[in-house]
Design a protein around this ligand. Sequence first.
Ligand code: XBP
Ligand code: MG
Length: 250
Amino acid sequence: MKALIFDVDGTLADTERDGHRVAFNLAFAEAGLGWEWDEALYGELLAVTGGKERILNYINTNNPERPEVEDLSAWIAALHASKTRHFVTLMEAGKIPLRSGVRRLLTEAHDAGVPLAIATTTTPQNVSALLENALFPGAESWFEVIGAGDIVPAKKPAPDIYTYVMEQMRLKPEECIAFEDSSNGIRSSRAAGLRTIVTVNGYTADEDFSEAVLVLDQMGEAADPCRVIAGKEMGKQCLDLEWVRALWEA
Ligand code: XBP
Ligand code: MG
């Protein structure tokens, strides 16, 4: 087992409902758009990964009031850059903590010398802001490769971001294991040939994870144990490196 590859949103931290969604709404208000993505609507919009793609999908499917512009993709990119600024501000304010057990597993793997990487659809600035503020300042140095956002032509569920990370690390799928939270995410990691461990969240609990080697409600801590939803029990309170390795070897 030569690398643990982590998704970000929904996996390292529950960033969607109270992070990205709030940042989108702040950007919409700043632009005077009168758009409001409530929790339910956002849950539907999450079907499309990538913030710029999500905005375009919203325009095409919900047909909201918007200014007539020459270059729609440039207009969306500017709106999305504003959203990213708001998201980074929320991270700097410490608004979104790491999910249960994430710091513990990352630290265990780092201390054991198991290489770490990130494969995410979100924007690189968001990854930096989350790691710097929710893990620790300089935490990016723990990750050998951070594959994020537009670095690849096709976002999840396409395999591109996972393939990119493995290419950068010169590793084969069978040498790695992925950590995800959503159907789009596991379709991406499985299409890249990766065994995948899933920790579900509020938006993804009902999605199809039949391709996962393990589905948990969270990675957990001794004082806040995880619950196995599907896959190989190990009689453990929380997901640790030994359990991950057992799943990788299975
Ligand atoms: C989740 C996504 C991202 C975020 C918003 O990424 O699909 O688009 O919702 O971030 P993952 P951006 O689960 O792969 O981490 O607005 O920066 O895209
Ligand atoms: Mg995710």
